[in-house]
Write a protein that binds this ligand. Structure first.
Ligand SMILES: *[C@@H]1O[C@H](CO)[C@@H](O)[C@H](O)[C@H]1NC(C)=O
Ligand SMILES: *[C@@H]1O[C@H](CO)[C@@H](O)[C@H](O)[C@H]1NC(C)=O
Ligand SMILES: *[C@@H]1O[C@H](CO)[C@@H](O)[C@H](O)[C@H]1NC(C)=O
Ligand SMILES: *[C@@H]1O[C@H](CO)[C@@H](O)[C@H](O)[C@H]1NC(C)=O
Length: 343
């Protein structure tokens, strides 16, 4: 139970990984190096409302010999794109799709409708204020892949940061006008690690050459995973300061838990006292304490992605028509393996 709570907190906003199995390249990528941005222009997404900004999607190779490529989806700012910053968004997990979550359910301009057939315009999309770049990272997440299966055994924060850095360099070569823009990195949940790690790598490598300089201005993390001990202490204090648990319970937890090690869960007494918070959050939406949970009595808590929502997203993005319009210039044929996992 307590272990469940730990996983639940860190993965809370991060439930979907869409896995599409690559079948046949059909001379894809042949001219990738020469590809201009316009080759990745997305023009025919099924059921898409009409908008005034351009969107681009496709693959950027990050390791030639191994055949690793990251998938991105980029939305220009709705207005004055020349003046607006470039924002990279990363979902966490590890293993969560930035397309399946960030782009299509959270901050992107198109949300999937109730039947999974059309898109609805999201007027709160961040591309109202920024040029918005979603990247599926690392390989194995969402549409991103490697042709070398052993790559999947060495996944971790390091390869995630360095592949995303390589992605950025190659992407900026494809979209050179964005190199001079202010650049921000944002993400949630496990991206609490990805985001600063990438920022540090950019900072460390930025002096190497003016050609590869990235105009990094800052980063932002929401619901971030940082250090298990500190995260848990914040979680406990937040619950107490918002009257989720009583003073007595809070005192008990503080007495029993040592928040300094990276694994406070390993302590039996600490785990036992944390149960009370878990119990309360089964009744209340942890992300919206003061609103009703809006779920049926016997379904999962409001903060987990419902099966119905998952089906809608899969229905939409699993269609050949949709995939083809996202990666049409590459003439890929995908089989929707749907080896989806709850990250
Ligand atoms: C992966 O393999 C396919 C099939 O051989 C090839 O077309 C594609 O270019 C490879 N991907 C990368 C990133 O090299
Ligand atoms: C879903 O499809 C049904 C049947 O075509 C239609 O009546 C309904 O309005 C659709 N719902 C949404 C949310 O688009
Ligand atoms: C990740 O990179 C850091 C810095 O280069 C290094 O110290 C560390 O050993 C690496 N970790 C793994 C698991 O490769
Ligand atoms: C980059 O160059 C600036 C100016 O020379 C210097 O202040 C800074 O410490 C350098 N940063 C790194 C990471 O080398």
């Amino acid at each position: 139970m307590a272990a469940y709570l730990g996983v639940w907190i860190s993965l809370a906003l991060c439930m979907i990984t869409v896995n599409f199995q690559y079948i046949d390249g059909q001379n894809a990528w042949q001219s990738e190096k020469k590809d201009a941005a316009s080759k990745h222009l997305v023009t025919n997404l099924p059921g898409q409302p009409k908008v005034e900004f351009n969107q681009y999607a496709g693959y950027v190779t990050v390791h030639e010999e191994h055949g690793r490529a990251l998938f991105y989806w980029f939305f220009e700012a709705a207005l004055l794109k020349e003046e607006k910053p470039l924002v990279l968004w990363l979902n966490g997990g590890p293993g969560c799709s930035s397309v399946g979550y960030g782009a299509t359910q959270e901050i992107g301009p198109f949300l999937v409708d109730g039947n999974g057939t059309d898109l609805i315009f999201n007027k709160y999309s961040w591309n109202q204020e920024a040029n918005l770049l979603f990247v599926e990272s690392p390989v194995g997440v969402g549409f991103s892949y490697s042709n070398t299966s052993s790559d999947y055994n060495m996944l971790g924060d390091n390869i995630t940061a360095s592949d995303t850095y390589t992605f950025l360099q190659n992407w900026l070569n494809r979209f050179p006008e964005y190199r001079r823009h202010d650049f921000y990195i944002a993400g949630e949940s496990y991206a609490g690690k990805y985001v600063p790690e990438l920022a540090e790598l950019i900072y460390d490598l930025n002096n190497a050459s003016t050609d590869t300089h990235i105009n990094l201005k800052g980063f932002m993390v929401g619901n971030p995973e940082t250090h298990d001990g500190h995260d848990l202490e914040g979680f406990v204090d937040y619950a107490w300061s918002h009257a989720i648990v009583s003073d007595e319970t809070h005192r008990m937890i503080k007495k029993n838990c040592d928040f300094h090690p990276n694994d406070p869960w390993s302590d039996q007494n600490c785990r036992a006292t944390l149960m009370e918070i878990e119990k309360q959050y089964n009744e209340i939406d942890i992300f919206s304490l003061y609103t009703p949970t809006c779920v049926h009595k016997n379904s999962s808590p409001a903060n987990t992605m419902s099966e119905a929502k998952k089906t809608q997203i899969f229905n939409y993005y699993g269609t050949f028509q949709c995939l083809q319009s996202l990666v049409s210039r590459l003439h890929l044929i995908y089989k929707c393996g749907m080896a989806s996992s709850i990250a």
